[in-house]
Design a protein around this ligand. Sequence first.
Ligand code: ZN
Length: 169
Amino acid sequence: MAVRKVLTWGDPRLKINSSDVGEWTPELEQLVADLFETAIAEEGVGIAAPQVGVNLNIAVVDTSCGGDPAAQIVLVNPEIVHQEGSQLASEGCLSIPGIHEVLERPKQVRVKNRRRDGSWEEVEGEDLLARAFCHEIDHLRGKLFVEYFGPVKRQFLQRRYNKQRTTKE
Ligand SMILES: [Zn+2]
């Protein structure tokens, strides 16, 4: 297993609409293991393959941040088939370090998900888990959470983000 380098805001590879996964391979199993390790190292509740430069419809979610193996969820070719209610909470992204903003998301979602063996299941998420599913599935469609905001707010966030990055380097 290895922690992979996470691409950051502005990288064009984060804007690609990723492709569905075909047959499951040892390389994909390795990718999944690396994604979990990277999410834990970066203290995130999830990460999508495009964030490490692999434009495939794979993402992992672990709302326990490595604390509970049972909380590890692997999303393969996922699709939200039902959503209900709404929630407001602060959201962040491993590709946009240092930026956290309140964003409205559905309270509950149901996701159609492909298991590694090729069969399909439905996974349900509520609150933080629902938010994580939506956030990671957006990554697979090339969308970052800051894109939900209007142009003025987005520019403000971009400036704050750039400033913070320059100070750091
Ligand atoms: Zn993200």
